[in-house]
Design a protein around this ligand. Structure first.
Ligand code: NAD
Length: 246
């Protein structure tokens, strides 16, 4: 039997990158996955997986998807956006958007999922943070780091609130992962770096291992956190970063 046999799992931002890899691996491990993304077209090709269009910034739609689609044994809140800015250049709109998507949407997802989890006395919530958060200061990641640090704080606080009810809340803190949005960040940095290859090399150089993560390597951690193998772990920010924070 798979490591997630019999588990119903919710995933946001499952259209590409880490969310997609996680949805696929969790389904391979026997989970009954509900894969959601704002962009329905990106959910195509997720063979044998239930899919649903969902913008996590829409509170009512998020609550509806979680309460109707559940009860869930595990939830992976993956949706997030990487602004490249500093305390000087960050705009009010960037601040509001980053906190709405990267932090508030995860609170709203937990708020929708927790009642059924509490009733059943079990559940594993996994939030997407980043090594660029309370863990590491990364240049040009001002509001991103602030909002991902909020995810760490929210995760620990929520874990403390539900630990007696059998529910675990953890987050993960990856280094740089090769995904479509990372490609966009490379392109955005190309001019300043002196070309695409130079921009790519700058990201790779940050990782002590000299390479980026593949989304599948991050998905393995998500399977572990969703499964009962991690039953004694809660409130943690699990760093998986190729040695970036060494
Ligand atoms: P990505 O950024 O390439 O793709 C994100 C997906 O999210 C897309 O399919 C998009 O349609 C969807 N999405 C965007 N806004 C949404 C919304 N409001 N509601 C629902 N879906 C929405 O994927 P990625 O790079 O794997 O990033 C996923 C998460 O991992 C993010 O939270 C990101 O901050 C985090 N992360 C990424 C890296 C990295 O290097 N790629 C590192 C650490 C953490």
């Amino acid at each position: 039997a798979g490591r997630l046999q019999g588990k119903r799992v919710f995933v946001s931002a499952a259209g590409q990158g880490i969310g997609r890899a996680a949805a696929i691996l969790m389904a391979q491990e026997g989970a009954d996955v509900l894969a959601t993304d704002r962009d329905v077209a990106k959910l195509r090709g997720l063979e044998g997986i239930e899919t649903q269009g969902l913008d996590v910034l829409d509170d009512a739609a998020l609550r509806d998807a979680i309460t109707r689609g559940g009860p869930f044994d595990a939830m992976f809140n993956c949706a997030g956006f990487v602004h490249q800015n500093t305390a000087l250049t960050c705009t009010d709109d960037e601040w509001d958007f980053a906190f709405a998507l990267n932090a508030r949407s995860m609170w709203k997802a937990m708020q929708a999922a927790l009642p059924a989890m509490i009733e059943r006395g079990r559940g594993s919530i996994i939030n997407m943070s980043s090594a660029a958060s309370s863990i590491k200061g990364a240049p040009n990641r001002f509001v991103y780091g602030a909002s991902k640090a909020a995810v760490v704080g929210m995760t620990r606080a929520a874990a403390a609130d539900v630990v007696k009810q059998g529910i675990r809340v953890n987050c993960l803190a990856p280094g740089t992962v090769e995904t479509p949005s990372w490609e966009e960040r490379v392109a955005a940095n190309a001019e300043e770096a002196g070309g695409m290859e130079q921009a790519r090399a700058a990201f790779v150089a940050r990782q002590a291992m000299g390479r980026l993560a593949r989304p599948e390597e991050i998905a393995s951690l998500i399977v572990y956190l969703a499964s009962d193998e991690s039953a004694f772990m809660t409130g943690q920010a699990v760093v998986i970063d190729g040695g970036w924070t060494l």
